[in-house]
Design a protein around this ligand. Structure first.
Ligand SMILES: [Zn+2]
Length: 184
């Protein structure tokens, strides 16, 4: 930190890269691989948009099997332009018709100050991020915001089956979030 170039050169004694170990595990995985026949089009015609949180195994928590759904993940499970890009392809080219949003409790984006985060980046790097961090104060309100964005974009054409949930990282349970009759 604090050097003039942007590359992080500090060594962290508590960190060891995992890639070599994971490639070895992949060899074991491939030895019993049984998914040769899966089609590119998701069987349930479902796309899931979820936070990248490491505690959420999206397939497992929804009881999904391989090949059943698209899983689109980012920090927060936010409906960004890039998520809309993925959903547009998912619906138009790959036949999905249902969207499930999964945000969660104890999110890394929860209560981060967007302004402070951006000011720190600008002070440190000399460049202000051109993207929104999309931090939020309430995961339930954030799910509503995401549902509303899906209803507003023209690029997501199939909107009849959009459901939103907050996953509780302590219990493993989903709680549904719905819009009121005014769409809020
Ligand atoms: Zn999260």
């Amino acid at each position: 930190m604090g050097t003039s170039d942007h590359h992080q050169t500090d060594t962290d004694p508590d960190f060891t890269p995992s890639a070599d170990q994971l490639v070895a595990r992949n060899r074991e995985f491939a030895a019993t691989f049984a998914d040769h026949d899966l089609q590119v089009r998701p069987l349930r015609r479902l796309a899931v948009v979820a936070c990248m949180d490491s505690r959420m195994d999206t397939f497992a928590l929804l009881g999904l099997g391989h090949g059943e759904a698209h899983i689109i993940r980012n920090a927060g499970g936010v409906v960004t332009d890039d998520v809309i890009r993925s959903l547009c392809l998912s619906q138009r080219a790959l036949g999905t018709r249902e969207i499930i949003l999964v945000h969660h409790t104890d999110c890394g984006l929860h209560r981060v100050s967007e302004d402070t985060f951006k000011a720190e980046l600008e002070a440190e790097l000399g460049i202000k991020p051109w993207w929104a961090l999309e931090s939020f104060a309430d995961p339930y309100a954030d799910v509503r915001q995401s549902i509303k964005r899906l209803h507003h974009t023209p690029f997501v054409q199939h909107k009849d089956d959009i459901r939103g949930f907050v996953y509780d990282v302590r219990t493993g349970l989903l709680q549904e979030v719905t819009l009121d009759t005014n769409g809020n």
